[in-house]
Design a protein around this ligand. Structure first.
Ligand code: G3P
Length: 478
């Protein structure tokens, strides 16, 4: 059927028996760019069955061989960075250079994961019994890490390749099989990435990629009895998955409302540069984007001026031109962002730039004098709109940060390391960055959110550990 990309099951590229497809709309042209298969529940069942079967042999495949295949996949992925990046540009309007960076970073992540897996999975423990009351030295406990089985990976549109491999690589090195459900926007980039794993020569059925509408196969996948672990990155859907999923380990990376706290002694040039990079890169469509600036009133005017000057230099346009600001992923997303802007306008926020929108393209906008009753003070726009709240004490800033239902990352700018440490301790977020904007990478750093921002911790090492279970063997002496 020509122009509909096939899905990947049993080591083969297949056409769905549904005869239906899902369209991927290019955010820039707002026209259908690609089509993918709308897979059926029977096709999901088949994928689960083969994943379960393939995993049994894979778990017994020597660790070094698993690592070798991952290194091969990483190299192939990097070789194919150009066509994959092109899909990212067309499907999710990622600026051209960032799209290439995403693929290269993904290859590096896969290699790192293989190396880390070889080390941490190559070690077990040996426990003596006589530390526990009543025991003599008559039992010896040997522990190792065993795979969970079938891991279901659901990455989001903003990193369809990177946040897919950050789940695939730890799952595979640990001896699991993997079923990938890519986001609709980004599905074709993900299918190309899966093809790199195919070329590397992984056993049939070990990796599958099923495409389709979340409304048709989403619940069926996440509630499938064949799933032994779910690793999800995205929005509110993660909360409903958590409520419906069975008794399986969950790794959830959900939204964020990352605060940037600026103290009176902060290096304002450094802070402004980080606010612009953190707030506006990929047009604010990152869960780790700076989503609210909390600045001490005494330095607020100076900071706002510096940020304004930098925002004026941002280029706005199509991703092919490597513009800083590109169209947001969908019309509904642009409408949602606009809703937040209009609410702030009606409630009296100061517009540092004129609000401008053409189709899905929204010009970068900073809103000053934002008040707690404005939606933008709390909600995540996932777009190039940044609220500034002026505060009169550090406590007020920390209180705003901790009152959020999100708790992904936060950052603080000050030259006083003692203050920075006390504030970092008080900020109830998974990570606090001192003198830099929030970010997930380097990808081996732990990455986790509190409250509605997630369950569990990611980063290469934590993901590998999360996708395993401890197995003990106890030797009992007579
Ligand atoms: O939004 C996804 C999140 O994982 C962000 O990653 O690398 O942009 O900080 P990064």
């Amino acid at each position: 059927d020509g122009d509909v990309y096939k899905y990947y099951s049993e080591g083969e590229w297949k056409t769905s028996s549904s005869g239906k497809s899902v369209s991927i709309v290019n955010p820039t042209t707002r026209k259908t760019q690609y089509k993918v298969q709308a897979c059926t529940q029977e096709e999901v069942n088949k994928v689960m069955e083969t994943a379960k079967f393939a995993q049994k042999t894979w778990a017994k495949t020597p660790l070094w061989k698993r690592a070798e295949l991952l290194h091969k996949a990483a190299a192939i992925l990097k070789e194919h960075k150009a066509p994959i990046a092109e899909c990212l540009v067309k499907e999710i309007a990622k600026p051209a250079k960032d799209a290439v960076t995403e693929v290269v970073r993904s290859g590096d992540l896969v290699s790192y994961c293989a190396e880390e897996g070889v080390r941490i999975l190559g070690e077990g423990k040996y426990l003596m019994p006589d530390s526990f009351p009543g025991n003599e030295r008559t039992k010896y406990c040997l522990t190792s890490k065993i795979p969970l089985g079938v891991v279901l990976a659901i990455p989001p549109f903003n990193y369809p390749v990177n946040l897919a491999v950050s789940k695939i690589a730890p799952a595979l090195i640990a001896g699991n099989s993997l079923v990938l459900k890519p986001p609709t926007q980004g599905a074709v980039a993900a299918l190309h990435m899966v093809h790199c794993f195919h070329l590397a020569g992984f056993p049939k059925g070990l990796i599958s990629c099923i495409t389709g509408k979340g409304s048709e196969i989403g619940d069926f996948l996440t509630m499938h009895p064949g799933v032994n672990c779910i690793s999800f990155t995205g929005g509110d859907t993660g909360i409903s998955i958590s409520k419906k999923a069975g008794m399986v380990p969950l790794q959830m990376e959900l939204g964020g409302k990352d605060a940037c706290l600026i103290l009176e002694d902060a290096d304002l040039d450094l802070a402004a540069a980080n606010i612009v990079k953190g707030g506006f890169s990929y047009s604010g469509q990152r869960c780790t984007a700076v989503k609210v600036v909390l600045v001490m009133e005494s330095v607020a005017d100076a900071l706002v001026e510096k940020v304004k000057a930098k925002v004026a230099k941002l280029t706005v346009g199509p991703p092919e031109d490597d513009s800083d600001i590109t169209p947001v992923v969908s019309e509904s997303s642009a409408n949602f962002i606009e809703g937040l802007v209009l609410d702030a306008k009606q409630k009296g926020a100061t517009f540092c730039q004129e609000y401008k929108r053409e189709g899905n393209l929204i010009w970068p906008l900073m809103l000053d004098h934002v008040q707690p009753e404005m939606r933008i003070a709390w909600e995540e726009p996932f777009g190039p709109v940044l609220p500034v709240i002026r505060i009169n004490s550090i406590e007020e800033g920390i209180h705003h940060c901790n009152a959020s239902n999100f708790g992904l990352q936060g950052c603080v700018f000050t030259k006083d390391i003692n203050k920075a440490m006390v504030i970092s301790d008080a900020m109830e977020t998974g990570t606090v960055q001192i003198n830099s904007a929030p970010a997930r990478g380097p990808d081996h750093f732990p990455f986790q959110g509190l409250r509605d921002s997630g369950i569990g911790s990611q980063g290469v090492t934590n993901s590998i550990i999360m996708m395993t279970k401890v197995k003990s063997i106890v030797i009992n002496l007579p």
